[in-house]
Design a protein around this ligand. Structure first.
Ligand code: ADP
Length: 276
């Protein structure tokens, strides 16, 4: 097999000698590393603002003085480093990787910090991507109070591996107001339940846009169903974020550390309660 890596946990080739690695085992961190709490941010589909919510949680808790970190497990759509203005590459220390630290001290690991060019596509098969997610836990020298995992979207192979191989203590589901979302949120919720991971609550993104002239809230994606969905599932609504061009601009400029955190105060409260 020309593309065989000789390590079944990272090889995408199928052959008769393939030994399935136990990707479901939660492996320990490197000696000397420490991670306080691990929370995942998930969405049923891409583009709903999962990375935006992950970044806001990390920025807000960092501002309160906690050591925070982001593991960007969205391997095929990594956007975290760019939002923090990081374009360089992570460096190795022995056979481990040092996470890149942002200007305000948030530790980051993302596939974009390993690629030669950040525009290089990641055209790897599921088992390889799953192996990378796992290595972002075992081989990165984390030292933080909170690690937020920007999970791969959906409920497929890679999110499954991430759920099974990372010690996630709770998840935040991010969604948008469209009707279709009810079903998608339920899928994400059911997956977490099946994995026995508590759902901390749901964030609705793109809930409305505020007219800059009259201040009226326009529901561009239709009426919200989030309260109804949350009640049915027995979980909290952690925030309703409007389309806020200033957030998009900060992210595009790599200045996300300056983002105000006015929309997710209930989410921070839940995280604090879990610490008490
Ligand atoms: P996902 O991680 O779910 O794929 P992202 O967080 O990367 O989605 O968001 C997709 C795009 O939408 C990004 O460019 C992001 O900056 C922008 N975006 C997300 N949420 C908002 C918001 N509330 N207001 C303005 N722009 C947003």
């Amino acid at each position: 097999m020309s593309d065989c890596t000789h390590d079944c946990s990272t090889c995408g080739e199928s052959c008769g000698e393939r030994k399935e690695a136990n990707v479901f085992e939660k492996k320990p961190l490197r000696p000397g590393c420490r991670v306080g709490k691990v929370y995942g941010v998930v969405s049923g589909k891409g583009g709903v603002g999962k990375s935006m919510v992950t970044s806001q949680l990390a920025v807000a808790l960092r501002r309160e003085g906690y050591r925070t970190a982001i593991l960007d497990a969205d391997i095929t759509g990594p956007s975290i480093p760019k939002a923090f203005g990081i374009h360089g590459r992570a460096v190795a220390q022995g056979d481990a990787i040092v996470p890149v630290t942002t200007a305000t001290g948030i530790q980051l690991m993302s596939v974009n910090l390993l690629l030669e060019h950040e525009t290089d596509p990641v055209i790897w098969r599921g088992p390889v991507i799953g192996g990378v997610v796992q290595q972002f836990w075992t081989d990165v020298l984390w030292n933080c109070d909170y690690l937020f995992v920007d999970m791969p979207p959906g409920t497929g192979d890679v999110p499954l591996t991430a759920f099974q191989s990372l010690p996630i203590e709770g998840i935040v589901i991010v969604t948008s107001p469209q009707d279709l979302v009810k079903m998608i949120v339920k899928k994400a919720f059911n997956m977490a339940e099946m994995m026995k991971i508590p759902v901390l609550g749901i964030v609705e993104n793109y809930s409305y846009v505020k007219c800059p002239d009259c201040g009226k809230e326009l529901k561009v994606f239709g009426e919200s169903h989030i309260d109804e969905i949350a009640e049915k599932l027995g979980v909290e609504v952690l925030g309703k974020m409007p389309i806020d061009p200033s957030l998009a601009e900060l992210s595009d400029k790599g200045d996300f550390a300056k983002a105000e955190n006015k929309y997710l105060t209930d989410a921070f409260e839940v995280l604090h309660q879990l610490d008490r």
